[in-house]
Design a protein around this ligand. Structure first.
Ligand code: ATP
Ligand code: MG
Length: 439
């Protein structure tokens, strides 16, 4: 029979890769906690209206990229294309904005967008994102950007650039829209059909069009920074001041508008030139209008989202040293049925203590068992035969150094733990020694 393959634009995360990703995710969630963010999990699918209203019905995401279908009850359902709309829906639905503000939530989720698959662009991808509600002051924007930068610091990525912009509020945007309309009106014949529609409904979206002709024309368009109201201007100046104070390098790029409709004031992107055309690894900003748009009392909010796959691409491109792949701590070789029984109960004891312990599950001979123990990189091995059971003593072999230690059956788990810890301390000691010698 023909094999079934994974759907276009999706990726299996195989065990070797999932370990790397789990490590990345753990670091991200821990960092988020240090900034006061707590994890929020929302459903993979939501009612379609949420994204039409929350992301914006003139955006590429809503117009072209959503996985929308009717369920058996006739409801229009959409697989989430991003995390913010669902997070806002959830905190409103559960009244979390009535509690202590600012409220900070983080998430690690899969997202779905019907896009043309290519390097760094998938149909199912993953985002790490954070949202902060109830903080209007520019210090919040600055801290959010510092948090984002902290992520790249943790992974020792120094070759990434931060670009920031302010896209103002409703007031300054009204004047800006007029200027944009005037500009694009005269070039109506050259821009794409979607952008012609955007001209009427939401001209700023034209600046985010992926079409080459539209992009070229947009290069000469008026920029929002020239239209900011006093309040937005001052907000932006403060954000920049706080970033400067913290030694953050950034570039003001007046062309950043972000792909989703809900942004106001500060927007920012971390862009790498190490991972090809899809270089934006992380993007975010302030979205003061969204909570109200989704039916809540007006509340300022801001956040960012980072593509996990793009981060992995970046780390691989920069030869990031991922922690060594996990291997078994101990493998019990057995000779005969009694030994197999002993191996099973000893391994249960060690597993209960948190070790990875393996035994022979397929009836291999001793030689083949040893070979297997080597293949899985077992750190220690124990060979159990009838004699050993009779004598009540087991030999534990350190596979790296060849050293052999002994233990009785009763205290095996405890002795093994001591042996193991000693080895780790020894290694750390050697490691530290080398470090101090170099200094
Ligand atoms: P792009 O300009 O690349 O289309 P976007 O503006 O649509 O990005 P956002 O909606 O801001 O992206 O999503 C935040 C992050 O999620 C991006 O910076 C990127 O790292 C990641 N991302 C977005 N779309 C995809 C995708 N199709 N495949 C993989 N990662 C993605
Ligand atoms: Mg996109």
């Amino acid at each position: 029979m023909a094999k079934i393959t994974a759907p276009r634009g999706t990726q299996d995360i195989l065990p070797a890769q999932s370990e790397k990703i789990r490590n990345i995710e753990a670091l991200l969630l821990t960092l988020a906690e240090s900034y006061g963010y707590r994890e929020l999990r929302t459903p993979v699918f939501e009612n379609t209206d949420l994204f039409e209203r929350g992301v914006g019905d003139t955006t590429d995401v809503v117009q072209k990229e959503m996985y929308t279908f009717e369920d058996k009850g006739g409801r229009s359902i959409t697989l989430r294309p991003e995390g913010t709309a669902g997070a806002v829906r959830s905190v409103l639905e559960h009244g979390l904005l009535n509690e202590a503000l600012p409220l900070r939530v983080s998430y690690l989720t899969s997202c779905y967008r019907y896009e043309k698959p290519q390097a760094g662009r998938l149909r199912e991808f993953h985002q790490f994102g954070v949202e902060c509600f109830g903080a209007a002051a520019p210090i919040a924007d600055a801290q959010l950007i510092l948090f984002a930068k902290h992520i790249f610091d943790i992974f020792e990525v120094d070759n990434i650039s931060l670009e920031i912009n302010s896209i103002g509020c409703k007031e300054c945007r009204a004047k800006y829209y007029e200027a944009l309309k005037e500009y694009f009106e005269s070039k109506k014949d050259a821009i794409c059909g979607t952008c012609v529609q955007r001209l009427e409904k939401n001209p700023m979206r034209i600046l985010d069009c992926k079409n080459k002709e539209c992009r070229d024309i947009a290069k000469e368009s008026p920029v929002i920074l020239d239209y900011l109201c006093e309040d937005c201007k001052e907000h932006f100046e403060k954000v920049k001041e706080y970033l400067d104070l913290n030694g953050v390098n950034f570039k003001v790029n007046p062309r950043i508008v972000r792909g989703l409709d809900y942004y106001t004031k500060t927007v920012f992107e971390f862009v790498s030139d190490n991972i090809g055309a899809q270089g934006t690894v992380l993007g975010g900003g302030r979205y003061d209008g969204l909570v109200e748009e989704l039916g809540g009392k007006p509340a300022p909010a801001l956040g960012f989202a980072m593509g996990i796959e793009r981060l992995v691409l970046l780390l691989e491109a920069l030869d990031y040293k991922f922690p060594e792949a996990k291997t078994a701590d101990i493998y019990f070789c057995n000779i005969g049925d009694n030994a197999l029984k002993a191996a099973l109960s000893l391994s249960e004891e060690l597993i209960a203590d948190g070790f990875e312990a393996a035994i022979d599950l397929v009836g291999r001979g001793l030689k083949a068992q040893m070979k297997y123990a080597n293949k899985i990189g077992a750190k220690y091995t124990v060979v159990i035969g009838d004699d050993d059971i009779e004598n009540g003593v087991l030999k534990i072999k350190n596979m790296e150094t060849g050293e052999v230690s002994e233990s009785d059956f009763i205290n095996f788990a405890e002795n093994f733990e001591n042996l193991y810890l000693e080895q780790i301390t020894q290694k750390e000691f050697e490691y530290l020694n080398i470090e101090t010698e170099e200094e």
